[in-house]
Design a protein around this ligand. Sequence first.
Ligand code: DAH
Length: 357
Amino acid sequence: MDDLRQKYLSAIAAAGDEDALEVLRLAAVGKKGEISLKMRELGRMSPEERRKVGPKLNALKDEINAALAAKKAALADAALEERLAGEWLDVTLPGRPRPQGSVHPISQVTEEIIAIFADLGFAVAEGPQIETDWYNFDALNIPPHHPARQEFDTFYMHRDAGDERAPHVLRTHTSPVQIRAMEKHGAPIRVIAPGRVYRSDYDQTHTPMFHQVEGLAIDRDISMANLKWVLEEFCRAFFEVDEVELRFRASHFPFTEPSAEVDLRCSWQGGQLKVGEGDDWMEILGSGMVHPKVLQAAGVDPDAWQGFAFGLGIDRLAMLKYGIPDLRAFFDSDLRWLRHYGFGALQVPSLHGGLSG
Ligand code: DAH
């Protein structure tokens, strides 16, 4: 019995894992284990012998079971210790920097413009970038062969040979959204429509794709005075200055009557733009009172409704506000440029939190 004790206790102490321990358990106290077999021999002993050997065998069995359980717990503790050591995590370490994108100045300025006009009660409308020539031209009082069609440097979509229908165009301005918005919502209506427009033009201040925002306000008695106030409010908020001065210059657009181009008083000091002071004027948009034919084309009764429209270039405003000299760089996707001029994802423009974030 001492040999058995010696043999199993030292083997249990030396066991490296739970599998080895299980093998030892079966060998010692399993159904056919050495100690179990010895216990079966008790039946063949005399009562005196049994009284002597029985308790000893039972004690040995208990001792081995206890040693097995203790070793099992020790192995589990060791495994946990090892895992804790291996998976140790220093939560005080600074996070690893991940590559981050930036918000493009055009997106940022578009959001700024939307925030300002939303505050003035304008909703956002959208239209497709591939337009029919009806929405892009006819409905805006630009019939076929009107000289204004030539001025636009339009991109035409392809038609199959023999298909005589007028081709679709890449919209040359956001003005077609005026028609779509009035068709959908009728009058009264107050919307802006920011988005991409296309013209076949390319130099330091022109790219074939650029961005405009259209404005449209139609009601019973909307006048040029309302247009002037809205544009002044917009410029004050956008350029973040207390005073602005606008100059309305008589102009001509087929879709407005009367029409005006609007200039902003400014100065350039050492390449820095100052808005609201100085002796320079900068053209920022086209505008006017919506032509009765345009209202009619959109299903709005021109005898009952009237209002103003305007269209301004977003890219130009972004260049001015953030001092970006070359328009073409906007669309080069040069990472250095994007990092320099881009905005952080959390710099969300709002009238209260500051427009530029
Ligand atoms: N659609 C014109 C353009 O792209 C801009 C414009 C002028 C829009 C006058 C208007 C407007 O709504 O009233 O050149």
